[in-house]
Ligand binder design. Structure first.
Ligand code: ADP
Ligand code: MG
Length: 549
């Protein structure tokens, strides 16, 4: 049987729960998943042969990551990116929901970013006390945008560019699986480049293993959808770039020395191919030049023109600053008030369009996510009658989110009590960090709460140490069998779960007018079921694609 024809059946067989609602496929609840094992499937598919095909496609198309440089070797070496050999079955209706709601989340981030009072209330108290990193971003935000000073007029005249990725897991509270938001990334949302290539690879594998190629409808009505991320992200950058040129440099007509897009990157980054795919697309499609720099190096190379607010990297004017770094305390190696923070402030204070600006960065914090899920808060940002549909669409994506700070409500305390009473498996505890590997699960979660809470009868006294944490309902996506590959080799076969990311792009004028607001592509990450954390770059997950059913 061909892979293309086989996949919908695999979806059913792989689904360990018989309640996985695949919209176009009727699942007989008598289906016994254990009857067909992966090895039987593999014998039909010839996994080894497929892995050879996948590796060849991956190498030829740059589905690669850079190997970490070591003290012994500074050489650039590229390896096959972590990837799932086959796409994963995904309910089409839920996939579509994630795409459709992207523009609403884009707008939400814009509106939150402009509400200094909300950001201060949400992030200024216990969160800032316990997390100096968030405190610093908030402080710079105030310094540049809120404090009553004309010194930062250039920053206030800058447009805003958002490249967001809202991440979801399927979860079922009753009898059907629905997407629930894991988090909303507003800085360094990665894998737009590689996820497009992976989708192409999965479609290729299906077509080429198809005995009935000639009848193949490409792309199939259902199957791996086309991923527009590698068009859409550069397009949003181009829109922002063109606006900058139009607003600030048009009269100069300086064709020989066009402004650049600055990619702010981490030293020692391994996910460089994903970033460079965007860079090369910007150049090939839009003839926009990119320069890559770390915050450390930038500090000595940046200047801002005192009268115009133009940002210069040495002699080149910067139109758009795209951050793929700056979200982790380790990106600021020189410490509080060090050179990296200085560079961040210089970038922000200029008239260049930032992706993200400080307000967008803050809007993507986990504490803000928790606050947005409280009753009435979405409505604060979408007060108009004709916006109720947007509010409803976003709200259905929210999982249970609870504060562990001094703003904890009786409902939050109820969830915390549930953990203390042995319900830890139903929750995840998250600090204000990005990039994977920081969350608490299971016994470690329970221990963390127990050691920071004094309980007298029903009353709880939370230590201030918990203020920067949010407690989240744990999501349990359906399991499917998967073959995962790392560095070009089959790493293993087993039950896996997936997380869908939906990209959104947004360009907003300094006057608040939204000029570009789009769904911009997807990412599916798949990891073995026993793995709690989820990042691809951090080594937990692999890149995959949804196979819509
Ligand atoms: P980060 O900013 O570090 O990426 P996330 O909130 O995305 O933080 O959490 C990291 C990973 O932890 C996710 O990719 C996912 O695999 C897992 N995770 C996070 N929240 C939940 C949840 N509520 N239920 C189950 N797994 C979760
Ligand atoms: Mg994440």
């Amino acid at each position: 049987m061909t892979l293309r024809l086989l996949l919908p059946f695999l979806a059913i067989i792989f689904s360990q729960t018989t309640t996985f609602a695949l919209s176009s496929v009727n699942i007989n609840s008598n289906t016994n998943p254990s009857r067909t094992t992966m090895s039987e499937i593999a014998s039909v598919l010839d996994t080894d042969a497929l892995a050879v095909e996948a590796n060849s496609f991956a190498s030829a198309n740059g589905i690669q990551v850079e190997r970490k440089k070591t003290e012994e070797s500074e050489d650039n070496l590229f390896l096959g990116a972590p990837m799932s050999l086959l796409p994963n079955a995904y309910p089409e209706q839920e996939f579509k929901k994630a795409c459709d709601v992207a523009p609403a989340f884009n707008e939400l981030v814009e509106r939150v970013s402009q509400d200094a009072e909300f950001l201060q209330q949400t992030l200024g108290g216990g969160v800032s006390t316990m997390d100096p990193f968030t405190a610093k971003i908030l402080k710079l935000y105030h310094q540049v945008y809120v404090d009553d000073s004309t010194a930062n007029a250039p920053a206030k005249s800058a447009d805003r560019l958002g490249i967001l990725r809202s991440d979801y897991m399927l979860h079922s509270d009753d009898d059907s699986y629905q997407i629930k938001q894991v988090e909303l990334n507003t800085i360094a949302s990665s894998f737009a480049g590689l996820s497009c290539k992976i989708a192409n690879m999965h479609r290729y594998l299906m077509i080429t293993t198809d005995d009935e190629k000639n009848d193949a409808v490409f792309p199939p009505a259902t199957g791996v959808p086309v991923n527009p991320a590698l068009d859409e992200l550069p397009l949003a950058m181009k829109v922002a770039y063109d606006r900058y040129v139009e607003r600030f440099t048009k009269s100069k007509n300086d064709n020989d020395n066009p402004p650049i897009v600055l990619f702010v990157v981490q030293d020692g980054e391994t996910n460089t191919v994903d970033q460079r795919l965007l860079e090369f697309a910007l150049w090939e499609t839009h003839k926009i030049p990119v320069v890559r720099r770390s915050l450390t190096r930038l500090n000595s190379e940046l200047s801002v023109d005192e009268t115009t607010g133009a940002l210069k990297l040495l002699k080149q004017e910067v139109a758009v600053v795209y951050f793929r770094a700056g979200y982790a305390p380790t990106d600021y190696g020189d410490g509080e008030d060090g050179i990296e923070w200085n560079a961040r402030l210089t970038l922000e204070a200029s008239r260049a369009t930032k992706c993200p600006c400080l307000g967008y960065h803050l809007a993507g914090t986990k504490k803000v996510q928790q606050e947005l899920a409280r009753p009435g808060v979405l409505e604060r940002f979408f007060p108009e009658k004709d916006e109720t549909n947007k509010v409803a669409a976003m709200r259905t994506c929210f999982a249970g989110l609870y504060s562990c700070g001094d703003d904890a409500t009786p409902e939050d305390l109820e969830a915390i009590r549930d953990v203390l009473d042995g319900g830890e498996a139903k929750y995840v505890l998250k600090p204000q960090r990005e990039g994977g590997g920081y969350n608490f699960y299971g016994e470690e979660l329970a221990q963390k709460l127990r050691s920071n809470i004094e309980r007298t009868g029903d009353s709880l006294e939370l230590s201030e140490d918990l203020a920067e944490f949010i407690l989240m309902q744990r999501l349990f996506p359906p399991e499917q069998n998967a073959v995962l590959m790392r560095g070009g080799k089959v790493e293993g076969t087993g039950d896996s779960i997936s997380e869908l990311g939906s990209f959104g792009t947004l360009v907003v004028g300094s006057d608040g007018k939204v000029v570009h607001n789009r769904y911009a592509g997807f990412l599916l990450r798949t990891k073995f079921s026993g793995v709690d954390e989820g990042g691809v770059a951090s080594g937990f997950a692999t890149l995959s694609s949804p196979y819509l059913c």
